[in-house]
Every structure is written in C-alpha cells, then in structure tokens.
Design a protein around this ligand. Structure first.
Ligand code: 13P
Ligand code: SF4
Length: 318
C-alpha cells in the first residue's frame, strides 16, 4: 500500500484518532519525529522514556512506534504480547548499522574479560551479545554500576562512550560507531555563532564530536536538553541535536529563542541536522500502519529472550 492510495480529502489527524480507538493502539513518538507526528502521539519521549512506555503498555493491543527500527524492536522485546507496527520498516540508524550481532560476538570472543555496555541504538542481535544496555539518559549511571575489576567495551557510539568515560573516570574501549547526524555539527561555526549571540548557551547531545562538545554549556540526552531549556533562566539557546526536538522545545518554552546549531554541510545536504531515518516516517505512513496494522516488528523468540536480559538489567538500574 502506498501513500498515493490515501484519499486526499481525509483529515488524517481525525482519522488517526479514530483508528487509535478502533485498533486499541498506543502511539509513541521520539522527539526527532516531524511535528505532525509528535502532535498525534499519545506519548513523546527520548529512547529511555519510550522503552519504559512500551514495556508498561497494558490496556492496548497495538503499539505504533514512530521512531527508528531499533526503538520499535526494543518495544517488541519488552512487550512481546503486543502488535508493534512502524510507519516505515526501512527507518534505520547509522549507529545500529555499524555494530552487527556477529561482529560484536566475534569481538567478545577475542576479549572475554570485557563487560559490554551497548547503547540502546543497536539491533536485537547486538543487544543479545551485550551485558547491559544504556541510553544517553542513563549511560553514566550504568557505567558506574559496571564491576570495577572488569574492562569495558562501550558500543557502538564512541562519542557517547568518550563523554561517559570523562564523567566516570572509567577507561574503556570503544566501538568505532557514530551518529551520522550528530557528527555534522561544525566546531568553527558553533564558535562563530556563540560570538554573534553573546549570552546564548550552547547545549548539545553527547553523540556530538568531542571538539564540538568542549564548547557546550550543557550536555545531555534529548530529554535533558528539553528540561534544561525550560528550567534555565537564559533566554537564547543554540541547540546541538536533531532539529525535530525544536518543535517540542518551542511549545515547552515559548518565550525562549532557539537556534539550530550549524553543521558542516559536507555532503551538500540542505538540513544535515535532520535524521534521514527518523524523517522517513510521515503522517500518511502513521495513518496507513494504524489502518493496516503493518509493517510489523517480528522477532525470533530465542533472540528476543537473549536481548531482553541486558535490557532488563538496564531498567532495573534506572
Ligand atoms: P536519546 O533519545 O536517548 O536522546 O537518543 C538520541 C538519538 O539519537 C536517538 O536516536
Ligand atoms: Fe541513529 Fe543518529 Fe538518527 Fe538517532 S539521530 S536514529 S542515532 S542516525
């Protein structure tokens, strides 16, 4: 079914509300989704919030996960009794793609003494090869809980790993993965923008490169960045993360000036701070997946159980 088969006269917002009731569905959306999707969601959140919401979903039959594949897969791992559908099955992630299950298993074989802390931005197969999962909200807390006598592999985001290593003082090996969006912010342009907007605070996600992060007044997960903008008395913020969050930030902090952090635009992209995977999802596709209850996330039960173990360890700690 393609989006061209949708009657253009349909009010998609109203139809989505009607279908939610009809299908007994819960719509979850990440802050990086386009504004219309954020507005129709029952719950918005960062990776950790959404994992918890999916796990705790009870009085529904269906979870519509508006994010990327690993997030919806995590929902299915945590709540296998629900039908989990996604607007676009091809919505991937450069981090998850950089670390396959077999590659991580091979690494572990060569380093059996290591404790593997994997970012939630991984496939179920990579999670199954991990000792514990973390998100950008709880990475520091999770790493602090790793037994002191075990060396750590942090996978697959080396920038998040380096930031956590600095905060915790724990030495680590890093998987060489990065987020294709967060590495595009330009140190030179951030310095110039800060000089132009004296008094503005630069806030950034820990997936950014260390040379960009060193200019940040505050570093945190998407949810922490949102809370910071609301609570901090500063009036102007330069925001170094995926641009989708600005929609919710503007609603939550209407009086504040929010400026997107500048990117290098290496590949000639028009909007490098837009995640092309997250933006595969559209309101039309949300409508279609609610109507047709597909595409679905399906998982082999043995793999699901193995991936559940490190996820449950994380949730017990945070
Ligand atoms: P958080 O939702 O944990 O901030 O992660 C950001 C991200 O890049 C998700 O893909
Ligand atoms: Fe992956 Fe980065 Fe997109 Fe998040 S923003 S889904 S980490 S590529």
């Amino acid at each position: 079914m393609t989006t061209t088969s949708i009657d253009p006269r349909l009010d998609l917002f109203a139809e989505i509300q009607r279908l939610k009731r009809q299908q007994r569905a819960l719509v979850l959306a990440h802050y990086y989704q386009e504004p219309d999707i954020q507005d129709v969601a029952d719950a918005l959140g960062d990776s950790l919030d959404l994992a918890r919401r999916a796990r705790d979903a009870r009085d529904v039959d269906v979870i519509v996960f508006c994010g990327v594949h690993f997030m919806a897969e995590t929902a299915k791992i945590l709540n296998p009794g629900k039908i989990v559908v996604v607007p676009d099955l091809e919505a991937g992630c450069s981090l998850a793609e950089s670390c396959t299950g077999p590659a991580l298993a091979e690494w572990r074989k060569r380093h059996p003494e290591h404790y593997v802390v994997s970012y939630i931005n991984t496939t179920a197969a990579a999670k199954a090869e991990s000792d514990i999962i973390c998100t950008s909200s709880n990475a520091e807390q999770i790493v602090r809980a790793v037994p002191a006598d075990r060396p750590i592999l942090f996978a697959p985001d080396k920038n998040l790993g380096a930031w956590v290593a600095k905060k915790t003082g724990r030495a680590m090996d890093y998987w060489p993965g990065t987020c294709m969006v967060h590495v595009t912010f330009s140190e030179r342009k951030v310095i110039e923008l800060k000089a132009k907007h004296r008094g503005a605070k630069f806030i950034a996600h820990p997936e950014c490169e260390p040379e960009v992060l060193r200019h940040a007044d505050f570093i945190g997960s998407t949810k922490r960045l949102l809370e910071y903008v609301v609570q901090d008395p500063c009036r102007t913020f330069i925001v170094g993360t995926e641009e989708g969050i600005l929609h919710t930030m503007r609603k939550a902090a209407p009086g504040k000036e929010l400026i997107e952090a500048p990117t290098e635009n290496h590949g000639g992209c028009k909007a490098c701070s837009e995640c092309p995977h997250m933006k595969r999802n559209t309101l039309e596709k949300v409508y279609l997946c609610l109507r047709d209850l597909r595409p679905r996330i399906e998982l082999d039960e043995g793999l699901r159980r193995r991936a559940l173990v490190p996820l449950e360890r994380m949730l017990a700690l945070s």
